[in-house]
Design a protein around this ligand. Sequence first.
Ligand SMILES: [Zn+2]
Length: 73
Amino acid sequence: MARLTLIHHFCRNPDHQKPARDPMDDPSANPVTLNGKEWAFCPAGAKRDHQWDRIDGLTLDELRERLRTAHRI
Ligand SMILES: [Zn+2]
């Protein structure tokens, strides 16, 4: 995806708020996915059972920075 692509959905499923403990456990896990035609972010990189919440468009860098500093979106 392009670096400035905006992410418009964030997964609020309580079971999806932590990244996979070890990426080696599931190398296919990817936090960025498509929700319809728009980009979405699930911290766990889960494949299903998302609870998408619409957010203001954030780039992946902005979103990661916000998670790192504020631990919330
Ligand atoms: Zn999810």
